[in-house]
Design a protein around this ligand. Structure first.
Ligand code: NAD
Length: 721
C-alpha cells in the first residue's frame, strides 16, 4: 500500500502504491497503512529525513467515496479521523525534515497529507490539479485541510478554495503558496531529496504554525478586520445556499472556531464537523448522484451489450444557429472533424465564428498557454463550414439542429441520408418533436435517434438521448459513444412528449405561475424557488424561456392530445402574458421589466393582473409545492417507461435544469422522504391544489411493498434499480 525504502543517506521514501487501483485514495485501509508507515519512519533512528511520494501518476486523488457513503456510525469514523490527525501531527512534528514529491494531482485528502510536509514540490504535469474539492460533494476536508490551509496561506485566501472547491493547476498552486516549487516531470523526487539534504545540514525543521511567535498570514482570526470578513463570508454562504447545504456552513465553522485556537484543538473541531457532515442525508445524496450515478451514466447499464465502441473521427452538424454552432464547437474541441452546414455560407460562417468567439473569450481571460493557443487554431481548422451536403461525406453521425419544424427537419434528414454511408447515425436535437415522427422521413428509421443538447452547449454537460420505437440498439450504442467522446454525460429516455427534462422542468415553472394566479406575491414565489435550492425562481425562469414558448407547447399539446390533455393551471398565466406581448427577457418585457443598463425589477402591472390574496402562504409551503411537483412528474416518467433508471432521472434533473443537488435529484428526494410518507404528502397536496399532485400508482405500489428507487435506501452506492 505504502512502499517503504531507506537510502544510504538516511532518507526514507514512503511511496503510495495502492494495489489493484489506478489511483491512490484515502480510505480505511490506506489510512491505516499511512499511520503505520509514519510511525515507523518517525521511530526508526536510521531514518533521518522523510520523502513521501507516489508510484502512480497522481499523488492521491482524494477520499474513497464508497467508504464515506457507507459510513453510518459516528464513533468509529471519529476514531479513524482522529487517528489520522495524530499520525499527521506526529509526521510534521517529528523533528526530521519531511518533503512531499507530487508527480500529479493531490486532491482532497491527498492535498491534506501533502500539507503536512515541510516542503512540497510538484511535477509540471498538464492535467495535475491541487485543491480541496470536498464541498462539491457535500463534504468537508477531514484530514486537517480546514486548519492547515488557512495557517499556510492565510484565512482570506483559503476560504474561497475551501468553499468553492476550486482545483488549481500546479502554476496556480505555486502562486497561491500551496506548493514550494514546480519542476519538470520526473525530477520532483530528486528536487525533494536535494531539499531534504539541505534541511538536514541546516538542522531542525518545523511547520510555521509550530514555531513560537507564529502569526496567521494576512491577519489573525481574532483581529477586528478578520471578524468582519467572516461575517461577510457567513452572509455570502447563507445567500448562496439558503441554508440547504450543511457542508459550506460547517467549513466556515471549522475555520472560524479552529483559527481561534491552537492547531490541535482546531483538528478536533474539524473532526467533529467532518463526522457530522459525512452523516448528513445531503452528503449521502450528493455523493451518490453527483459521483456514482454521474460516472455510471451511459456505461454498460444503458448501452446495449456486446457492441463494439464506435471511434469517431468526423461528424456533421446541420443548422449553424445557436445550438448547431455550440455542438460543432464541443465536437471540434473533442478532436473530431466537423462539417457545419446551413442554408447560406454566411449563416454557416456565423456558426463557425461562434467557436472562434468562445476561444477568444478564453484567451482574453489569459488562460491559454502557447500550446493551448496552437490547440485553439487546430480546433478551428477542424470545422468546415458550408452549404453543400457533399461536405458530410465520411461523417459517421449527423446531428440536425435546424428550425423546430417537422417539414424542415424531414427535408434535412432526407438530404443528409442521400450522401451518408448506410450505417451513419442520424440524430436530431429537437426539443419537442417526437423522434418517431421524424424517423418517418427516413429510409433508415432504425438509425434515427434524438440527441438533445442544452444551451449553452459548451457549458451544459448533459445530453438527453431519446430512443424512438424504431431506434436500434446499435444506434443507441453509437450515440452514447459520441456523447462520451464529447466528454458529456448522457441520460437515456424513451420518446415521449417533452421527453424527460422539458416535461419535468416545465412543472416547476408552471407551478410558480399557478401560485401567481392564486394571488401569491410574485417576489415570494421567486424567493421560494431560490429557497428550494433552484438556481432561478419560476417567474424569472419563465422570462428566460419565454411565456410564448410555454403557450405554444400548450396549444400544440392540446391539439395533439385532444380530450386526454391535462392542462396545468399555470398555462393560463403563460397564455395571458404571451397575449399581452410580455413574452420574456428577449422582448425586455415579462414578469419582470428589463431596463437597459439596470437590474431587472418586477413589472408593477402584475399586481393589477393578479391581485394579491389577503392571506399569503408561508415560504415552506411554496417550497414544498415547487419541489414535490417535480418529483411527482419524474415518478410518472418512471411509471410510463419514459425513464428506465432512477439514476437517469436524478442526474438529468441536476445537470439539465439545476434541480437542487442537496436532495440528490427528484427520485432521491422521494426515497429520502420514504415512499409511504411521500405518497401521503402527495395526497395532502392533491386535495389542496389539484390532481397534478396525485401520487402515481407506481409510488403507491412501491410504498405498499416497502420498496425504494435505490435498492438499499437513500445511501446506497449500488446501481439504482
Ligand atoms: P436557431 O434558429 O438559432 O438555428 C437554426 C439554424 O438552422 C439557423 O441558422 C437556420 O438558418 C438553420 N436552418 C434552417 N433551415 C435549414 C435548412 N433547411 N438547412 C440548413 N440549415 C437550416 O435555432 P436553435 O435555437 O439553434 O435550435 C435548433 C434546434 O435545437 C431546434 O430543433 C430546437 O428546438 C433545438 N433546441 C434548442 C434549444 C435552445 O435552447 N435554443 C435547446 C435544445 C434544443
Amino acid at each position: 500500500m505504502i512502499d517503504f525504502t531507506l537510502d544510504a543517506d538516511g532518507i526514507a521514501t514512503l511511496s503510495w502504491n495502492m494495489p489493484g487501483r489506478g489511483q491512490n485514495v484515502m480510505n480505511q485501509a490506506s489510512c491505516d497503512a499511512l499511520c503505520e508507515a509514519i510511525a515507523r519512519a518517525v521511530a526508526e533512528p536510521a531514518v533521518k529525513a522523510i520523502l513521501m511520494t507516489s508510484a502512480k501518476p497522481d499523488f492521491i486523488a482524494g477520499g474513497d467515496l464508497a467508504w464515506l457513503l457507507a459510513a453510518h456510525d459516528a464513533a468509529p469514523l471519529f476514531a479513524q479521523v482522529t487517528r489520522l490527525h495524530r499520525a499527521l501531527r506526529a509526521l510534521e512534528n517529528c523533528g526530521k525534515p519531511v518533503a512531499m514529491a507530487l508527480p500529479g494531482s493531490a486532491l482532497g485528502g491527498g492535498l491534506e497529507v501533502a500539507l503536512c510536509g515541510h516542503y512540497r514540490v510538484a511535477a509540471d504535469a498538464a492535467g495535475a490539479r491541487f485543491g480541496l474539492p470536498e464541498v462539491g460533494l457535500g463534504l468537508l476536508p477531514g484530514g486537517g485541510g480546514t486548519q492547515r490551509l488557512p495557517r499556510l496561506i492565510g484565512i482570506e485566501k483559503a476560504l474561497p478554495l475551501l468553499l468553492e472547491g476550486r482545483r488549481l493547476t500546479a502554476a496556480e498552486a505555486l502562486k497561491a503558496g500551496i506548493l514550494d516549487a514546480v519542476v519538470p516531470i520526473g525530477t520532483e523526487a530528486a528536487t525533494a531529496c536535494a531539499w531534504l539534504q539541505l534541511a538536514l545540514l541546516a538542522g531542525g525543521t518545523h511547520q510555521p504554525w509550530d514555531l513560537k511567535g507564529y502569526q496567521t498570514p494576512g491577519g489573525a482570526m481574532a483581529s477586528p478586520a478578520m471578524q468582519q470578513r467572516m461575517m461577510a463570508a457567513n452572509a455570502m454562504v447563507r445567500a448562496t445556499t439558503h441554508g440547504n447545504y450543511p457542508a459550506p456552513k460547517n467549513i466556515l465553522s471549522c475555520v472560524y472556531e479552529g483559527m481561534l485556537t491552537d492547531l490541535d484543538t482546531g483538528l478536533t473541531t474539524e473532526a467533529r464537523y467532518f463526522v457530522h457532515t459525512v452523516l448528513t442525508p445531503q452528503a449521502k445524496c450528493m455523493i451518490r448522484t453527483l459521483f456514482f450515478s454521474m460516472n455510471e451514466a451511459g456505461k454498460p447499464a444503458a448501452r446495449p451489450a456486446g457492441l463494439p465502441t464506435q471511434r469517431y473521427s468526423k461528424i456533421g452538424v446541420i443548422g449553424a444557429g445557436m445550438m448547431g454552432a455550440g455542438i460543432a464547437y464541443v465536437a471540434a474541441r473533442a478532436g473530431l472533424q466537423v462539417a457545419l452546414l446551413d442554408r447560406t455560407q454566411d449563416a454557416a460562417d456565423h456558426g463557425k465564428a461562434h467557436a472562434r468567439a468562445l476561444l477568444d473569450r478564453r484567451r482574453a481571460r489569459g488562460q491559454d498557454t502557447p500550446a493551448q493557443l496552437d490547440q485553439a487554431r487546430a480546433l478551428l481548422g477542424r470545422i468546415a463550414a458550408g452549404t453543400d451536403y457533399a461536405l458530410l461525406d465520411g461523417a459517421q453521425l449527423v446531428i440536425e439542429a435546424v428550425f423546430e419544424d417537422r417539414a424542415t427537419k424531414a427535408a434535412v434528414i432526407r438530404g443528409a441520408e442521400a450522401v451518408l454511408a448506410p450505417d451513419a447515425v442520424l440524430a436530431s436535437n429537437t426539443s419537442t418533436l417526437p423522434i418517431d415522427g421524424l424517423a418517418e422521413a427516413s429510409a433508415r428509421p432504425d438509425h434515427v435517434i434524438g440527441l438533445h443538447f442544452f444551451s449553452p452547449v459548451d457549458k451544459m454537460k448533459l445530453v438527453e438521448v431519446v430512443v424512438g420505437r424504431r431506434t436500434s440498439g446499435a444506434t443507441l450504442a453509437r450515440a452514447l459513444d459520441l456523447v462520451r467522446a464529447l466528454g458529456m454525460t448522457p441520460i437515456v429516455v424513451n420518446d415521449a412528449r417533452g421527453f424527460y427534462t422539458s416535461r419535468v422542468f416545465s412543472t416547476y415553472v408552471l407551478e410558480g405561475l399557478a401560485m401567481l394566479a392564486e394571488g401569491v406575491a410574485p417576489a415570494l414565489i421567486d424567493n421560494a424557488g431560490l429557497q428550494a435550492g433552484m438556481p432561478v425562481g419560476p417567474l424569472a425562469l419563465t422570462d428566460e424561456v419565454s411565456s410564448q414558448l410555454l403557450d405554444r407547447i400548450d396549444r400544440q399539446s392540446a391539439r395533439d392530445l385532444g380530450a386526454d390533455y391535462q392542462r396545468r393551471p399555470g398555462q393560463e398565466v403563460a397564455a395571458t402574458m404571451a397575449a399581452l406581448g410580455r413574452i420574456g427577457k428577449k422582448a425586455g418585457l415579462g414578469f419582470y421589466d428589463y431596463p437597459a443598463g439596470a437590474k431587472k425589477r418586477l413589472w408593477p402591472g402584475l399586481g393589477e393582473l393578479y391581485p394579491r390574496a389577503a392571506r399569503q402562504p408561508n415560504v415552506a409551503q411554496l417550497v414544498e409545492r415547487l419541489t414535490v411537483v417535480q418529483a411527482v412528474e419524474a415518478a410518472r416518467c418512471m411509471e410510463e417507461g419514459v425513464l428506465t433508471t432512477a439514476r437517469d432521472a436524478d442526474v438529468g434533473a441536476i445537470l439539465g435544469w439545476g434541480f437542487p443537488a442537496f436532495l440528490g435529484g427528484p427520485l432521491s428526494m422521494v426515497d429520502g422522504a420514504g415512499l409511504a410518507a411521500f405518497v401521503a404528502r402527495c395526497e395532502r397536496l392533491a386535495a389542496a391544489h389539484g390532481p397534478r399532485f396525485a401520487a402515481p400508482a407506481l409510488l403507491a405500489t412501491m410504498a405498499e411493498q416497502g420498496l425504494s428507487f435505490y435498492p438499499a435506501g437513500p445511501d446506497s452506492a449500488a446501481t439504482p434499480a
